[in-house]
Design a protein around this ligand. Structure first.
Ligand code: BG6
Length: 513
């Protein structure tokens, strides 16, 4: 069973809450279902190599791949080696790879194949002796949600999901999308929790694994500087942007069913909103942090006037970085009449004493001018300026911008006197850049999250209730949009005009990061 604070050091002098030293999980196995998919190749397998390279995996760490392929262990090792060489963050070291590869196993089979699951259960049992994993195993479901029921039933049937039967810990990792709407999310959550028990379910929203996102908690709760102004008395509005210059790549089938609101707003952006707006947790432990995030998500309100404040768009062909790019409907495998949105912008409220009246503007889109994710707090203008109007023409709102990616860091924007004999106040900025301040490079989100699964640290994983509260925000939009065509925008532009009009209606403009 997972505990609030997992401590694997037996050093009696060490405070179990001291999280500065690297923690290494106990001997364990991780089984990946869907090992040949994009996520496994581009993110999971490289992350395991990087963790091993950083000395963060136990010597007896076994990686098992499960897929419908007529493969032996060697084929799996080759696939994993290519993935790690192509996508790992840290330099290649043969000795690290040899150690990891020596403990990799492939289990061939389809999800309805009882023999294959019996084989997997037996392999895990045998590893108790050969690898000393003592029943400790995590299962990563890197498969379409429609496959969850059959895989979970197999795990139940074979006793693999059962802590008591295995004598060690058993955990399951589920990737987004967590359902398609509130109803399907509840169904999915019930199913997974029935088989594993809620404490052993780890839902990955990889944005929570990003350093800059975790830093929001440090920024807000380790400092005294920001708290006094972090509320409706001082904040005029908040903009949360996740823009991508990339298109949908080879994911047409998934994306056309999903769209920008379900793909990004429902999870990444609402989690960023929750971390920005939450109250201080009573302790830095998973339950306390999740409780505060959940309170915010439940306090989120959707505007009544959805026509004006919920805008979606779809990109048409255009130019990006000097290259002509196709429109969404011309992408491979996208239906010619698709009404799926590739851009969504929305105004939300957070009805709490701290935030009532402050609009939170969220936007995300593909094929926008650049890849950037940021949270920008715009502060109210001074109630009175003792300068002549012309002196402050170049003065905007004071702003605090948390740059999630790229150029990870923070910018504080404020007015300053332009040197000279006249009095002219203009916006200037002060910058904090991770890359210049710290020598350590930030780990990839998946490194952090996979390690936390093996350690049993649930801090960065959203709860069922958070997922459900987020769907309760998105469902009304999807109902409103159903059957209608999205607005259009040219690839390489910042979304449809209607999104600019939405802010103009409120007397504001979108930032151009
Ligand atoms: C995923 C979405 O969750 O996040 C993708 O499904 C998106 O559509 C991706 O491209 C972006 O992640 P990151 O870490 O590159 O910002």
């Amino acid at each position: 069973m997972a505990t609030e604070l997992t401590e694997h050091s037996h050093n009696p002098l060490r405070d179990p809450r001291d999280r500065r030293l690297p923690r290494v999980p106990e001997a364990c196995a991780l089984v990946v279902f869907g090992i040949t998919g994009d996520l496994a190749r581009k993110k999971l397998l490289p992350a395991f190599y990087d963790l091993a390279n950083r000395g963060l995996l136990p010597t007896n760490f076994a990686l098992l791949g499960f897929a419908r392929r007529d493969w032996g262990d060697g084929d799996f090792v080759s696939l994993a080696e290519k993935a790690a060489r192509d996508y790992a963050r840290t330099p290649w070291r043969d000795d690290v790879w040899d150690q990891l590869a020596g403990n990799m196993k492939f289990i061939p089979g389809s999800f309805d194949d009882d023999d294959a699951f019996d084989n997997l259960a037996k392999t895990l049992k045998d590893m108790g002796h050969t690898h000393g994993i003592q029943g400790n195993a995590a299962f990563f479901l890197s498969i379409p949600p429609a496959m969850f029921p059959v895989v979970l039933q197999q795990m139940q049937r074979t006793g693999m999901a059962d802590n008591d039967e295995s004598g060690g810990w058993r955990r399951v990792v589920v990737e987004k999308p967590f359902g398609h709407d509130l109803e399907s999310a509840i169904e999915l959550n019930t199913l997974v929790d029935d088989v594993f028990g809620w404490r052993d379910v780890y839902r990955i929203d990889h944005y929570l694994g990003k350093e800059t996102v975790q830093n929001l908690l440090a920024l807000r709760f380790a400092n005294t500087l920001f708290e006094p102004v972090w509320n409706a008395h001082h904040v005029d509005s908040v903009q949360i942007t996740m823009a991508e210059d990339g298109g949908i790549g080879s994911r047409a089938a998934f994306y056309d069913e999903t769209g920008a609101a379900r793909d990004v707003l429902q999870n990444h952006l609402l989690q960023l909103l929750a971390l920005t707006a939450m109250e201080e947790p009573v302790q830095f432990i998973p339950s306390a942090i999740r409780t505060e995030k959940l309170k915010v998500l439940r306090a989120v309100t959707v505007p009544e006037d959805l026509a004006s404040y919920a805008i979606r768009g779809q990109y048409e062909q255009g130019w990006l970085a000097g290259e002509r790019v196709a429109g969404y409907r011309q992408e491979k495998d996208v239906p010619e009449d698709s009404s799926t949105e590739t851009y969504a912008a929305l105004r939300l409220g957070v009805e709490t004493r701290r935030w009532a009246g402050v609009p939170f503007y969220l936007r995300t889109g593909k094929r926008l001018p650049r890849r950037v994710t940021e949270i920008a707090l715009s502060f109210r203008k001074a109630p009175h300026l003792p300068f002549a109007k012309t002196d402050t023409e170049e003065l905007g709102h004071n702003q605090l911008v948390v740059r999630v990616q790229p150029d990870e860091g923070m910018t504080l924007k404020f007015g300053s006197k332009v040197p000279g004999s006249m009095m002219e106040v203009r916006d200037v900025s002060m910058d904090f850049l991770y890359g210049e301040t710290f020598t350590e490079a930030s780990p990839e989100a998946y490194e952090r999250l996979l390690l936390d699964v093996l350690l049993g640290d649930a801090m960065l994983f959203p709860l069922n209730e958070e997922v459900e509260a987020s769907w309760a925000v998105i469902d009304p939009l999807e109902d409103y949009w159903a059957g209608a065509q999205p607005h259009s925008y040219r690839a390489g532009e910042w979304g449809p005009d209607e999104a600019d009009e939405m802010l103009a209606r409120d007397g504001r403009v979108w930032r151009r990061p």
